[in-house]
Design a protein. Structure first.
Length: 169
């Protein structure tokens, strides 16, 4: 898949997330299938931070200053450190949507760049801008699946109905 296709898919996923999440009740967005799992609110807050501080920042670093220092991040600590559960869901979703639009505008405005520019990651070794871009899209897919699983599990519990007729989940 070419870079342009990946960028277009990131753009489409922006619309998918908004349609998938807009208008959900507080009960749905804070529901967890297990206490240690993330709820939809935590996922959306995570998406905001990842958009700004991980994927867009690291693609930019790879393209513009590949020999520059890689700022360490700890997404696994952010839910607690940044009080994801205390944030407003609607505002967080709107913030994510603004950040995604900003990312897409930036990506589409890039001049001809060397997508093979790479930075050294302490855990994963050399990662190219293209690889960060592809992982950004994979990250979208991961969280779309995670959100759908949460919505399905919530529906299954709250409906009280057997959903076996719908097919295997």
């Amino acid at each position: 898949m070419g870079v342009e296709e990946v960028i277009n898919e990131l753009d489409r996923n922006g619309k998918v997330f908004v349609l998938l999440l807009n208008g959900l009740s507080l009960d749905v967005v804070t529901w967890k299938s297990k206490p240690e799992d993330w709820c939809i609110l935590e996922i959306v807050c995570h998406l905001v931070d990842e958009e700004k501080e991980d994927f867009r920042a690291r693609v930019k670093l790879s393209l513009e200053t590949p020999n520059g220092p890689l700022v360490p991040i700890a997404p696994e600590d952010w839910p607690r450190e940044r009080n994801y559960l205390g944030q407003d869901f609607k505002e967080s979703l709107e913030r994510w949507e603004r950040e995604r639009l900003k990312s897409i505008a930036w990506l589409k405005a890039l001049p001809k760049v060397n997508w093979e520019n790479a930075i050294n990651h302490p855990k994963f070794g050399r990662i190219s801008a293209r690889s960060f871009l592809c992982n950004w899209l994979a990250h979208d897919y991961h969280h779309i699946r995670q959100i759908n699983n949460l919505k399905y599990s919530y529906f299954k519990v709250k409906s009280g109905d057997s959903l076996s007729y719908a097919g295997n989940w």
